[in-house]
Design a protein around this ligand. Structure first.
Ligand SMILES: Cc1cc2nc3c(=O)[nH]c(=O)nc-3n(C[C@H](O)[C@H](O)[C@H](O)COP(=O)(O)OP(=O)(O)OC[C@H]3O[C@@H](n4cnc5c(N)ncnc54)[C@H](O)[C@@H]3O)c2cc1C
Length: 408
C-alpha cells in the first residue's frame, strides 16, 4: 500500500510535463476548430497514438500507479488542453477499463488491442449502459441479452443512448439484462465485435459542449455475439446470478440501483477532468485580469475581481485534493465509508461549472465571444455535473452512505 502523498514523484512530474506539452502544443490549438466541426478529431487522436498517449500501455500504467495519482494527473493535464478532444482521447480507456475489470485474460488480450487499433489506423471504443428510460435509474434498463444454448450465442436487443463513441467504435461494450427479476444484479456486460450485423448508430446528438466528442444512440437489433463475448464468462455469471437469487429469496439484501452504489472508484477520474477545465479557465482569467485596464489600472486591482480569482483558485485546489484522496483510496482498496469518490466528483464538477462562469465574467464582453476560450470551457464544464452520475445522484449516494437511511 502506498502512503497518501500530495506531491508527485520525479517520474510522475516527468509524465505530467510531457502531457502538458502535448495538451498545450497539440490539443489546445485544435480545440476551437473541432468544437465548431462537432466531429471526432481523428488526426489529434492519431498524434496522441504516435507519441504513446493513446494506448492501453499508457492508460494501464497510470491506472495501476499505486499512489493513485497517475490517472487524476493525466486527466487534469489532457482536459486542461480541451475537454472535447481529451474525451475523444480517453473515451476508449473508459470502455477498456470495463473489460480490464470484468474480462478474462483472454478477453483482455483479444479485445483491448482492437479498441485502440494501431498508429496508422486508430480505432475507438464505446461503453453503452444508459438508455432512454434508464439514465440515473440504471436498474430500469431494458436491453435484453438472451442465451441461445444450441449455438452458444447471446442475442442482444434494445436501444442504448448517450454513448460516447457509439456507432463509430470498433468495439462496443454493452450492458444488458440477463435476469429481469434481479434489478441491476441481473445485468451483464458483453463485447460486440467490429462489424457485427444488427448494431447500428441511431441519432447523433448535437451538444452544448464537449462537441469534439461523438455522442450517439446505439440500436441493437437481434445482435448475435459468441458466448465468449460475455465478459467474465458464463460460469462466473451463473454463480453470481445464483448468489443474487439466494439473497433475493432470503429477503436480506435489497436489490440496489447500480448507479447509486457503484462507480465510487471511477468517479474521481471525472472529478480530475473537471479540475483540468476549471484550471484552464482560471489561468485565462488571471492573465486577463492582470493586463486588461479600466479606470486607468488593471482590473485585478479591484477587490471585486481579485477576490473572485482567490475563490476560484481555492476551490480548484480543494477539488484536486478531494480527487487525489479518493483516487488514492480506490487504488489502495480503502473502503469509501463517506462516499469519498462521489464527494470528489460532486465538488470538482460543481467547481468547474462555477469557475468557468466566473472566468467569463472577468473577461467581460470578450469572455462571451468565441475569440476567447472561456466561453467554450463554460459549455464544456456543464457535462461534468451530468455524466457518470448527476450531482443530485452524487448527493443521494453521499447522504445514504453517511446516514445508512434509504433517502429518496
Ligand atoms: C455527453 C454525454 C456523454 C455520455 N456518455 C455516456 C457513455 O459513454 N455511456 C453511457 O452509458 N452513458 C453516457 N452518458 C449518459 C449519462 O451518464 C446520463 O446522461 C446520466 O446518467 C443522467 O441520466 P439522464 O440523462 O437520463 O438524466 P435523468 O436520470 O433523467 O435525470 C434528469 C434530472 O433528474 C435528476 N434526478 C433523477 N433521479 C433523481 C433522484 N432520485 N433524486 C434527485 N434528482 C434526480 C437528475 O439529477 C437530473 O437533474 C453520457 C451523457 C452525456 C450527456
Amino acid at each position: 500500500m502506498a502512503e497518501f502523498t500530495m506531491e508527485l514523484n520525479d517520474e510522475q512530474k516527468e509524465v505530467r510535463d510531457w502531457l502538458h506539452g502535448f495538451a498545450a502544443d497539440v490539443i489546445r490549438p485544435a480545440a476551437a476548430e473541432w468544437d465548431e466541426r462537432e466531429e471526432t478529431p481523428w488526426p489529434v487522436i492519431q498524434e496522441a497514438a504516435k507519441v504513446g498517449i493513446y494506448s492501453l500501455d499508457f492508460y494501464a500504467q497510470q491506472y495501476f500507479d499505486p499512489t493513485g495519482l497517475g490517472i487524476p494527473m493525466a486527466m487534469e493535464e489532457l482536459f486542461w488542453g480541451d475537454a472535447g478532444i481529451a474525451l475523444s482521447i480517453v473515451g476508449t480507456g473508459l470502455a477498456a477499463v470495463g473489460v480490464l475489470a470484468n474480462g478474462t485474460e483472454e478477453q483482455i488480450g483479444t479485445w483491448i488491442p482492437q479498441m485502440y487499433g494501431d498508429v496508422n489506423d486508430v480505432k475507438v471504443a464505446a461503453f453503452c449502459s444508459s438508455e432512454p428510460d434508464a439514465g440515473s435509474d440504471v436498474a430500469s434498463m431494458r436491453t435484453r441479452a438472451v442465451y441461445d444454448e444450441a449455438k452458444d450465442e447471446w442475442v442482444l436487443n434494445g436501444t442504448k443512448t448517450w454513448a460516447t463513441n457509439g456507432g463509430i467504435a470498433n468495439v462496443h461494450v454493452v450492458v444488458a439484462v440477463v435476469d429481469p427479476e434481479l434489478g441491476s444484479k441481473g445485468h451483464a456486460s458483453f463485447i460486440v465485435p467490429p462489424n457485427t450485423p444488427g448494431l447500428s448508430q441511431g441519432q447523433k446528438f448535437q451538444k452544448h459542449g464537449i462537441r469534439a466528442s461523438h455522442t450517439a444512440e446505439v440500436v441493437l437489433d437481434d445482435v448475435r455475439v459468441p458466448g465468449s463475448c460475455l465478459l467474465g464468462g458464463k460460469e462466473k455469471l451463473d454463480e453470481r446470478l445464483a448468489r443474487a437469487r439466494e439473497r433475493a429469496k432470503a429477503g436480506g439484501e435489497r436489490v440496489k440501483n447500480a448507479a447509486m452504489a457503484t462507480f465510487e472508484a471511477s468517479r474521481p477520474a471525472v472529478g480530475a477532468m473537471a479540475v483540468g477545465t476549471a484550471r484552464a479557465a482560471y489561468e485565462v482569467a488571471l492573465d486577463y485580469a492582470k493586463t486588461r485596464e479600466q479606470f486607468g489600472r488593471p482590473i485585478i486591482d479591484n477587490q471585486g475581481v481579485a477576490f473572485q480569482l482567490a475563490d476560484m483558485r481555492t476551490q480548484i485546489d480543494a477539488a484536486r485534493l478531494l480527487v487525489w484522496r479518493a483516487s488514492w483510496m480506490a487504488v489502495n482498496g480503502k473502503p469509501f465509508t463517506a462516499a469519498e469518490g462521489s464527494m470528489s466528483k460532486l465538488f470538482a464538477s460543481e467547481t468547474a461549472k462555477k469557475v468557468t462562469g466566473q472566468a467569463i465574467q472577468i473577461l467581460g464582453g470578450n469572455g462571451y465571444t468565441r475569440e476567447y476560450p472561456v466561453e467554450r470551457m463554460h459549455r464544456d464544464a456543464a457535462i461534468y455535473t451530468i455524466f457518470e452520475g448527476t450531482s443530485e445522484i452524487q448527493r443521494l449516494v453521499i447522504a445514504r452512505t453517511l446516514s445508512g437511511m434509504p433517502i429518496r
